[in-house]
Design a protein around this ligand. Structure first.
Ligand SMILES: Cc1cc2nc3c(=O)[nH]c(=O)nc-3n(C[C@H](O)[C@H](O)[C@H](O)COP(=O)(O)O)c2cc1C
Length: 242
């Protein structure tokens, strides 16, 4: 199988941009000053059910049936913090320490949310600003994106029934800056840690999720408004109450 070469670490020949002394790329995708932002509940104030870690791990499974009820702002705040929450700016503010690990602490990801039913939020597309712990409003004009996301995911109907869909994209240069051609495995492994935290956090709030990789790449890139080159959709996970 030709693809197996990608499972191996490459022999590195070129200097990385970090070795060349080039400036480190921004921790987070920039946004304009006039953008609409929504405050989330800080993690210190979150009151989530305290199920044991044992229970969360033991109960975890891929869940594809969701109740037709909304998630609260507190619940989505918790899920976002659990998956990408920033705990500390490290190395003089150049990298972040988060609730999940990432090679070189570079965290080359952005989280998009397709919101259907979350308390106090218009349905639409949002992006999580992990440093500010806020949501950036991207598009709340489209009335119902459920059918479109099902089409993007080759007709997997359960995704359209979720209260919210997490969509993770990578901005690969954030990692290439440090590791060059050796970035592939880091990027793909790192997003797995994020999704696993989502699974466990969902268990704590009576919600469920299911990792999804079966999607049309061009359609998903367009859906979240990325160019598929400097930013590439990677993985998604619908979430709903169970
Ligand atoms: C990388 C990855 C991709 C997956 N893609 C899909 C998918 O596209 N659609 C789906 O329904 N489930 C998907 N799943 C969920 C698996 O089918 C599920 O994890 C597996 O059946 C084991 O079930 P469990 O998670 O309940 O233990 C994916 C899981 C992983 C880890």
């Amino acid at each position: 199988m030709a693809y197996r070469k990608y499972l191996k670490n490459p022999v590195l020949e070129d200097e990385t941009d970090q070795m060349k002394g080039l400036p480190i790329p921004p921790i987070q995708k920039p946004y304009t000053e006039d953008a609409g932002l929504i405050d989330l509940i800080p993690h210190e104030s979150l009151k989530v059910d305290d199920i044991s870690l044992f229970q969360a791990i033991n109960n975890r499974e891929s869940r594809r049936k969701y109740l037709d009820v909304e998630l609260t702002l507190e619940e989505i705040s918790f899920l976002l913090w659990a998956t990408q929450g920033v705990k500390e700016l490290a190395r003089g503010g150049l990298v972040t320490k988060r609730t999940v690990p990432s090679g070189g602490a570079m965290h080359p990801y952005e989280t998009y949310l397709l919101v259907k039913t979350i308390e106090g939020l218009e349905p639409g597309l949002y992006r999580y600003l992990a440093i500010e712990h806020k949501l950036l409003i991207l598009d709340t004009n489209k009335s119902d994106l459920s059918e479109e996301i099902v089409d993007v995911c080759h007709g997997q109907a359960f995704i359209g029934k979720a209260a919210v869909v997490f969509i993770w994209a990578t901005r690969p240069y954030r990692l290439e800056y440090r590791y060059g051609e050796d970035s592939l495995k880091d990027i793909l492994m790192g997003v797995g840690h994020i999704c696993q935290n989502l699974y466990l956090a969902c268990e704590a709030i009576g919600a469920g999720t299911c990792a999804v990789v079966a999607y049309d790449q061009d359609k998903l890139d367009k859906f979240i408004g990325v160019d598929g080159e400097n930013e590439i959709a990677l993985y998604l996970a619908p979430v709903g109450k169970i």
